[in-house]
Design a binder for this molecule. Structure first.
Ligand SMILES: Cc1cc2nc3c(=O)[nH]c(=O)nc-3n(C[C@H](O)[C@H](O)[C@H](O)COP(=O)(O)OP(=O)(O)OC[C@H]3O[C@@H](n4cnc5c(N)ncnc54)[C@H](O)[C@@H]3O)c2cc1C
Length: 403
């Protein structure tokens, strides 16, 4: 089988990893690097050691990432050294989150009840909080910034998230309890180390800087035209780009593909890697791995900057501190960052999260289909969701379990 994979985030790379022993694969990537949101940037530390720092995907836990855990184990078993992947541990949230204890306890209780009693509700998070008279401070200083940091989304967009979907995710991640938080982990050496292990046997088949321009069904295959102007016919194609990008590259999308893919819009954030603590809490005692910053002029302005303290998350030694800063406002100015980029993350609303038909139906449209889809948008937008979607597609294509 001649198979094209479009996109090299975890969705595309894992699909290529599962398929390459069986198929003749070609991997297209529009960026000039492999990995999408798996993006480790290297800096030289004060002690002249080259340090990898993750700027996109950073953390996971065993409870909610069973496929990712298995993928790391599988790649390690097959002789690639990522065995130290589980070495680092960190608590994510600062004691600040516990300032609103009474409201948090009440919220957790009501959210648990809501998921159980109204699984099909279309209520947004904002509507739920208003109905239950939660204070503005609880929303703006606790729930929205915390959820914004988790979902890489501006805090003021969190109110639009469907309450059932968001609360279910929080429950599954141990966030609807005071002492139920899971132990989050980072990848030793940065996510670059797992990426390197994963692609070691098919790296030469990845074409960075060659984006797919169009994907079109033909009588006996699928034609992929890329940015170099070349068109190649494949037996099947896996599109592992974001939903909006996937729809754009389809020349003749089916009605179902249009209906499902156009439901997703994306939230853009600027991302900096810097040593300036300007976007960390003023009191050092309050620093934690994940932090959010308030507009000081008005306490009622929602948080719009999230900063990750990378020395704490990745156990980076030395006195120089490294921060990954997410800016949803376009207002941040850092004159000499080590690195700067932009990422997009699906924005969840009642019209996509939990909506019918489920995005999985894209891969079950008809038995003869040759174009398949995967990516984090097929779930809650996280690494595990992207990997799960690729596992499902590859299981269907190979007719057996892949992980
Ligand atoms: C700042 C940030 C931090 C995050 N941290 C975490 C975390 O710690 N844990 C977690 O679980 N999740 C995290 N996430 C969520 C993260 O997005 C997902 O975990 C996951 O990495 C997304 O994988 P993906 O393969 O679906 O998409 P991506 O990684 O975005 O990959 C899509 C790829 O498709 C390529 N592409 C697009 N169009 C084309 C084209 N026409 N031709 C060829 N290639 C194309 C893109 O260039 C990109 O490489 C974070 C997200 C952000 C923004």
């Amino acid at each position: 089988m001649k198979t094209a994979v479009i996109g090299t985030g975890i969705a595309g790379l894992s699909a290529a990893y599962f398929l390459h022993p069986h198929d003749e694969i070609t991997v297209y990537e529009k960026n000039n690097y492999t990995g999408g949101h798996t993006n480790t940037v290297f800096v030289e530390r004060e002690d002249a050691v080259r340090q990898g720092i993750d700027t996109g995907f950073m953390v996971f836990n065993h409870q909610n990432y069973p496929y990712l855990t298995r993928l790391f184990e599988q790649a390690a078993r097959s002789g690639k050294n990522i065995s130290t992947v589980f070495a680092d541990k960190s608590r994510l949230f600062s004691p600040l989150f516990y300032r609103f204890l009474y409201e948090i306890v009440r919220f957790n209780r009501l959210a648990h009840r809501f998921i159980k009693q109204s699984p099909d509700s279309k209520e947004t998070t904002e509507e739920f909080l208003t109905r239950h008279r939660f204070s503005a401070r609880f929303r703006e200083l606790y729930l929205y910034p915390m959820a914004g940091a988790i979902w890489s989304t501006a805090a003021d967009r969190i109110g639009q998230f469907p309450a059932t979907g968001m609360f279910t995710f929080h429950k599954n991640h141990g966030l609807l309890g005071i002492s139920t938080h899971h132990q989050w982990k980072t990848v030793s050496g940065g996510s670059e180390s797992y990426k390197t292990a994963l692609i070691s046997s098919f790296k030469h088949l990845i074409h960075n800087g060659r984006g797919a321009v169009s994907v079109e069904n033909a009588a006996d295959g699928v034609d992929v035209k890329d940015t170099s102007g070349q068109t190649v016919r494949y037996d099947r194609v896996i599109i592992a780009a974001h939903a909006d990008q996937a729809l754009k590259m389809l020349n003749n999308p089916t009605a179902l593909q249009q209906q499902v893919l156009k439901r997703y819009t994306y939230n853009r954030s600027r991302v900096f890697l810097d040593s300036s603590s300007a976007y960390m809490p003023r009191r050092r005692a309050l620093w934690s791995s994940w932090n959010f910053l308030y507009q000081q002029e008005s306490e009622r302005e929602p948080a719009s900057v999230v900063s990750y303290w990378m020395n704490n998350l990745q156990h980076i030694p030395g006195s120089r501190q490294y921060y990954v800063i997410l800016d949803f406002t376009d207002k941040i100015q850092l004159p000499h960052p080590f690195f700067q980029t932009e990422y997009e993350h699906p924005l969840y609303t009642t019209s996509n999260l939990g909506a019918s038909p489920s995005p999985n139906c894209l891969n079950e449209e008809n038995p003869q289909q040759r174009i398949f889809f995967c990516g984090s948008y097929m779930g809650y937008g996280f690494h595990e969701d992207a990997l799960r979607s690729s596992v499902h597609v590859c299981r269907r294509l190979l007719g057996r379990d892949v992980l």
